[in-house]
Design a protein around this ligand. Structure first.
Ligand code: MG
Length: 397
């Protein structure tokens, strides 16, 4: 093990995410931390920066009372503990978060971070941890001020060399920051935790942050965040193909696209033989180079006997999301002589949209016959082809 790795291993920390605010200067009807940023809530982008970070011991997200539904949707498929409910003020909310630590954890390091800063960099977090482990009592990310700053009273310039714009995360020992909060209970002059520590006489160490770690507050910020995010992403297409033969036994319905369509024949298969959902599953796995449906759900495994193929799509989607991916679009072609798809197309499109978590306008579903040619034309089976577009981080693909 190298020296750097050894050092990093010892830099354990807990994370408190301040997500209880109800502010909506973004012009949306919900708080900014739940605003959609390229397919994911801002809060989720922020959490994804930390989940899996070396040394991370726990994450506590502090949410507003009444935000549980938005929170649950935003953190779907993450291994997070239940959130802490905040109070009416930021200070009160952070204090609630600090009170959730046990006495055994009081000497541990905690990073306190705003949910609305989704672009915090790995290097910045590491630098902050190095400073607090190097002996600082309180450390915060901060950036030099680039603009000329003047007083609104008389336009007197203020020397910007002596100024810093304070960001988060901020790093402390749990015992110190909790004591600072307890010194200023019900005093809401302070807009950040380092300010409270300063007022208690502690020295604050500023660690250089980056300007893209800005706090999303307004609609303009959200637009800027979308541009930054897009610059870090690329769109990858995945292709999937599947065939199932008709079962010779008579049936009352055939499962296609998650919908049971009344029909006299069904498809043969180990699962429900939903040829459309199987093609979509393979297309999704194709975007992350993660094998195929047969590898992940082997037909030899009795678990998948008669399984609803929705399970396969959901697992493929989970794997895509675990790589930081967001599904943008799916387009499907079904090749079949029977049954007639036209009367069921809308229901199928809606069902596929629901399974994939996309609006119906992002689902293409076309059906064609094969003009009597080949095995489809001979009514021996049905084929499905699917292509999906997934937005994936450049640095993880
Ligand atoms: Mg199949």
């Amino acid at each position: 093990m190298s020296k750097t790795e050894k050092t990093k291993d010892s830099l354990g920390f807990h994370l408190l995410i301040a997500a209880a605010g109800s502010g909506s200067r973004t012009g949306l009807d919900h708080p900014k931390q739940y605003a959609d940023l390229c397919g994911k809530a801002v809060l989720r982008h922020t959490l994804d920066k930390f989940i899996g970070f070396q040394g991370l011991r726990s994450i506590r997200v502090i949410i507003g009372a009444g935000h549980m539904d938005m929170y649950t949707t935003a953190v779907k498929d993450t291994p997070l503990a239940p959130p802490v409910i905040g109070s009416d003020t930021r200070r009160g909310s952070i204090y609630n978060g600090l009170c959730s630590f046990t006495a055994d954890e009081r000497d541990d390091v905690v990073l306190i971070h705003d949910a609305a800063r989704p672009f915090v960099g790995t290097e910045s977090i590491e630098n902050l941890l190095n400073v607090i482990y190097g002996g600082a009592t309180a450390a915060t990310l901060a950036t030099p001020v680039a603009d000329t700053i003047v007083s609104t009273k008389d336009h007197t310039p203020i020397d910007r060399n002596g100024l810093r714009a304070i960001q988060t995360p901020q790093a402390f020992r749990i015992r110190d920051i909790k004591a600072a909060h307890e010194n200023f209970i019900n005093d809401d002059r302070f807009t950040d935790d380092a300010g409270l520590m300063k007022a208690c006489g502690h020295t604050i160490t500023c660690v250089d942050g980056t300007r893209d770690n800005f706090k999303i507050t307004t609609a303009e910020d959200l637009m800027m965040a979308e541009h930054i995010f897009a610059a870090h992403m690329q769109t990858i297409a995945g292709y999937g193909y599947d065939v199932h033969a008709f079962d010779p036994a008579p049936a009352s319905a055939i499962r296609l696209g998650g919908v049971d369509i009344p029909h006299t024949r069904k498809l043969l298969g180990h699962s429900d033989a939903d040829v459309i959902l199987h093609a979509i599953t393979d297309a999704l796995l194709g975007t992350i180079g993660d094998g195929d449906i047969g590898q992940i759900f082997p037909p030899s495994d009795q678990t998948w006997k008669n399984a609803d193929s929705r399970i396969f799509v959901e697992e493929a989607l989970r794997r895509v999301r675990a790589k930081g991916g967001t599904l943008i679009h799916a387009d499907i072609s079904l090749v079949a002589e029977e049954p007639k798809i036209g009367p069921h197309r809308n229901t199928m499109q809606q069902k596929i949209a629901e399974i994939l978590g996309l609006p119906i306008t992002r689902i293409g579903l076309k059906a064609t016959t094969s003009e009597g040619l080949g095995f489809v034309g001979e009514r021996k089976g049905i084929e499905a082809k699917a292509i999906v577009s997934v937005s994936l981080p450049k640095d993880r693909t």
